[in-house]
Design a protein around this ligand. Structure first.
Ligand code: MN
Length: 289
């Protein structure tokens, strides 16, 4: 299992200097994987990122949330087409970087909607994701769709809804991406959704209820990690945390990051790595009970 960290723990800017900061921070804290947000796919330079990553032992994944004008769950064919182009561009960046996974809110815009998703919009989204997942498979990239809370999408807010969505995707290279921060808001508990997802779980974000230090909020990590062990989950487990100490113009505002939950990226990352590896190590011993 690869233990990873989101780039925004270290920097809000993903130019060459920003990628270097994130790579050095993730490596220093002991992580195996760095997740880079592609909030601005037009300006991101995957080849430059690869050169920096090649100096480290890290594997790399990429995530993003679509925007209103690239919303593939829209009924406006221009938005659907623009979203398809953005996702294809993200696959190009992953190929350039030697990346393994595309994840995040890639099936709708990442924003508060003021109406339910329409059947036509969901069908549009499933069609594009089917195409993108097949294209990704040809390039050796896994695709996972992040289930997020009701204020960030209207398409899939629970694992069960995500599985329903996936049943309309024709590619078998599309999986679920669960995030403990969102699960803590929307799910009934932290155990059943993981078991329901089972082999269709492809990617995991570990975030606290307030997105700060792990273990200082209300997320039931013990049950979540037990559930991962129960289904023999072997995919990426990526720590995600945001503070106004590190600001991304696009992402911080979309996610409502208005206050400082931490100031020291290195201390936060070191703590998260220990928290995740210690929790997993303890749960490993349950099979001896
Ligand atoms: Mn997440």
């Amino acid at each position: 299992m690869r233990i990873g960290v989101h780039g925004l723990v270290f920097t809000g800017v993903f130019d060459e200097a920003g990628v270097r900061t994130a790579v050095e921070g993730a490596s220093a804290a002991g992580f195996d994987l760095l997740e880079l947000p592609l909030m601005d796919p037009e300006t991101f330079d995957g080849k430059a990122a690869k050169k920096i990553l090649d100096d480290s032992h890290l594997s790399v994944t990429a995530s993003l949330g679509l925007q209103a004008d690239t919303d593939i769950s829209s009924t406006d064919p221009r938005a659907v087409s623009a979203g398809r182009s953005v996702l294809l561009k993200c696959l190009d960046h992953l190929v350039d970087m030697g990346g393994t996974d595309l994840c995040g809110v890639i099936y709708s815009a990442m924003r508060k909607y003021d109406a339910p998703a329409s059947p036509e919009g969901i069908s549009n989204s499933q069609g594009v994701i089917s195409e993108i997942a097949e294209e990704a498979a040809a390039r050796g990239i896994s695709v996972s769709l992040e289930v997020v809370n009701r204020y960030e999408t209207n398409v899939a807010n629970t694992a069960r809804a995500g599985l329903g969505y996936l049943s309309g995707v024709t590619s078998d290279n599309a999986a679920l991406h669960l995030d403990t921060y969102h699960m803590n808001i929307e799910e009934s508990d932290m155990w059943q959704p993981v078991l329901d997802a089972g082999s269709q779980l492809g990617y995991v974000h570990i975030g606290e209820s307030h997105r700060g230090y792990l273990g200082t909020g209300s997320v039931d990590f013990a049950n979540f990690f037990r559930a991962l062990a129960r289904i023999n989950y072997d995919g990426p487990v990526v720590f995600e945390s945001f503070s106004s100490a590190v600001v991304s113009a696009e992402l911080s505002n979309t996610l409502g990051i208005w206050r400082n939950l931490w100031e020291d990226s290195a201390d936060l990352a070191n703590h998260a790595y220990r928290f995740i590896t210690d929790t997993r190590a303890a749960i490993e011993t349950i099979r001896l009970h």
